[in-house]
Design a protein around this ligand. Sequence first.
Ligand code: HEC
Ligand code: HEC
Length: 364
Amino acid sequence: MHSKKIFSILGLGIMVAIMSHCKKDTISPEPVKYDTTRYTLPIGTFPSPDFEDNIPTNAGVLLGRMLFYEKLLSKNNTQSCASCHLQSHGFTDTARFSLGVEGKRGDRQAMSVFNTAWHTTGFFWDGRSTLLRHQSLMPIQDPLEMNETLDNVVTKLSTKREYRDQFLRAFGNSEINAEKISLAMEQFMNSIISNQSKYDKFLAGAGTLSDSEERGRKLFFTEYNEFFPAQSGADCAHCHGGFNFSNNAYRNNGLDLASDIIDIGREKVTQNPADKGKFKVTSLRNIALTAPYMHDGRFGTLEEVIEHYNSGIKSSPSLDPALQATISTGLRLTAQNKADLVAFLHTLTDNTLATDSRYANPHQ
Ligand code: HEC
Ligand code: HEC
């Protein structure tokens, strides 16, 4: 009886092992051969992205997605990119400071990852990485994040048949190396496109905004006017303009007085003191999903962010002139104005992004 039971447990274990093995190997049912079929980017009315090379293919995007969700990329195999970049939150983290693989904390808030195909001026809050393919290898090796060597990652992935097969489909041979890993992750991240918000539907004539959202929209796009308060707006589009709600620039938005700036931001990259305290102007698409806010996650809510721009701008030599101009009066927003701006920002949420199976974990 007793040994029979052990055998049946063993048998069950083997069956489960075989089943999960089969499941992994069928991650892509495509034949194992080089496949250069282009990935169709759902760009809608966005301009065509300017890829010089590394144009996304179906096989490359799937490989990048497998890697983005792969815990073997971290030292103790417990953390993937998706651990800090959650699809349900516009591919950012809900924690103010993400915990790395060894429980260590960085001092910046994770950034959202979508519409990267149109980020033309670099990656990270300070833009220290020019190309997304280079960026993608940095968290792996960062001691505060995944803390693993690229050699180890290559060794670990090379033992897996599903990876050898997918590298072959994507790049023509099954050899795994860091360059191919970086190109595949760039392809996957560039495939994540967000353009299905309520505001997009409004622009396409397929939906309307509520009165509050419409008033918020006007405030967002209208310039600040010190002399005619009645016609003055919040001028958010000055920096968060264009189809992706970002001018792709680095700016100081008045978070701290010069003497209080701890993280010097862009200055660290350019070595130019005029860039002290400048950070990447992030897209405001999906902003209602991506709290907390700013490079150090100091604001927990959109209301706090709006109050910052309304009455909290701190002066320093690198402060953006458009915000400097508002310092003496503030934006003079009423409680209703502030609520309207928040309502408008909520229209930038793309609920399909949070659930789109094309961007979800392929390992389950
Ligand atoms: C421990 C949490 C953590 C992990 C794991 C992590 N990231 Fe990040 N990510 C961050 C943080 C924090 C930042 C901002 C860092 C900075 O600016 O210095 C960031 C920034 C980024 C950006 C920049 C976005 C922009 O708009 O400039 C991209 C892209 C990105 N990560 C992709 C990845 C990829 C790919 C992986 C896996 C290889 C990964 N991340 C793993 C926390 C993480
Ligand atoms: C002068 C340029 C500029 C203007 C004008 C501006 N912003 Fe920003 N905004 C930035 C920069 C730069 C950041 C990132 C700053 C940082 O993290 O240090 C930012 C960050 C934000 C964030 C947080 C983004 C994130 O990913 O955490 C929100 C929300 C935001 N701005 C909303 C607004 C609103 C609403 C307005 C109008 C009231 C506005 N901004 C006006 C430059 C600007």
